[in-house]
Every structure is written in C-alpha cells, then in structure tokens.
Design a binder for this molecule. Sequence first.
Ligand code: F6R
Length: 263
Amino acid sequence: MPMEVIITDTPEEIGQLGADVVAQVLASKPDAVIGLATGSSPVGIYDDLARRIREGELSLKECTAFLLDEYVGLPEGHPESYRSVIERDFVSKVDIPNDKVHSLNGRAADIPAECAAYEQAMQDAGGVDLQILGIGTDGHIAFNEPGSSLTSRTRIKTLLPQTRRDNARFFGDDLDAVPQQCLTQGVGTVLEARHLLLIANGAGKAHAIRDALEGPVTAMCTGSVVQLHPHVTVIVDEDAASLLRLTDYYREAWAAKPSWQGF
Ligand code: F6R
C-alpha cells in the first residue's frame, strides 16, 4: 500500500471518508487500537463515527485508543486539556469505554516515567492499528515541532510560538493561557502505527500539506515522515491541497481505483 492522497470537494467529505477508513479497520479487527488526534481536524470523523454507531452500523466497544499528546501543567479537568477535549469530541459521542482511552498525564511528577509507561502501554496493547493525524501549520504531527528527531519517542516538548498562537483560539484567544510545553508521542512512535490517516482542511494548511507530501523528508516538517511509511491515507479538501503539484494525478488515481482495493 503506497501513500494515497484523496482530495475532497468539501471539508464535510473528509469526515465521511475518514470514518470509512476507521470502519474498514474495524471490519477486519473489531478490537483495533486506534490512535486519536485532538484539535479541529478530526471532529468531522468523530461525528460521522458517532452517527454510524447510533445507526447500528459499527461499534467501538472493543477498541482501545491512545491520544497523541497532552499539554503540560493544565489543572485536571481543564476544558482544553486533551483528555477533556477527547472526552467531549469523541468518547461522549461513541461507544468506546472511557477507561480504554489512554492519555498522557501532563501533571505527572515524573515526566520521563510517565512517557516511558505510555510507550509500554502502547506496546502492551499490541501497537496502533490506525493512527489519525492532523497537521500543524508548521508541519508538525502530534506535537513534534520542527527540529524534532525523526526517531523520537514519547517525551516533553516546547511548543513553537506559532503553534501556541494557532491554538490560542481554544483558550479564548489568550496566548498566555496556552501552555508552553506538552507531552507528545515521538515521530518514531507515530511511525510504528500500521496505518496512518492524515487529514487537513483549509488554506491555512496548504503549505504544511505541500511540504509534508511533496517536499523533502526533513525534521523541519515532521509531517514529511509520512513519506517513509508503507501505508498512508491522506484526505484533504481542495484548499489544503491547493499548493500540491500532483493534484491531477491524485484525483485520477482516486477516480480509477478498483473498489476491491480499499484504503
Ligand atoms: C493534536 C495534534 C496536533 C494537531 C494539529 C492540527 O492532538 O496532535 O498535531 O493535529 O496541531 O490541529 P487542528 O486540527 O486543530 O488544526
């Protein structure tokens, strides 16, 4: 399976197609391990999964999930901690048991031990079958900011000022309220997932998508490591795809794809 790039006419279609990818994984493995991104990009997928579960089409009851990252230092239950965000955007809408959703503790007294235990828990669960990824405007996946080692593991990182500005919208536009540090799965950790699903919408992501898919593989855009992975599905809307060179080719390939092939 190579990297497949699907360009949708509307941002809404990203949610539907993304949910199709999750459904495909669940069809062959009902107890799949799903890697969850937070933020705005995956919300459409989570909403579409919720609809399918309500309509009895699929179930996440047997699944396990791991979050990509968490802010350091937010008080427990803070509405913008990624644990709270995923409970609001995902767990409360679908049928996965809350205790099967693993997240990093950004208040841990021993951060290296917390990160090592997280890596161990992922291994004990058998590894991630499908990792849902958004991408930052600086090209980050998870919170692996430019300059992150491409073999990095789960650890503490300092967020770029750009990322904090981008995320200030979740903190009432108060930049000072956005934590400076986070815990994040490393690039090497993310690359171990068996299937990567990268999603992006809007013109603000066009540079990051161009650099990640068609630029050099570089620590300056950690999303570019998708080029090293054997099984990647990228779903982007027209705006996010607007700076890609091979858009005609991606569209042709998608239109000509045999239905048996799946994602
Ligand atoms: C979030 C994460 C980040 C976001 C990225 C895009 O768990 O790992 O990499 O996916 O910052 O965020 P949105 O989707 O809010 O634009």
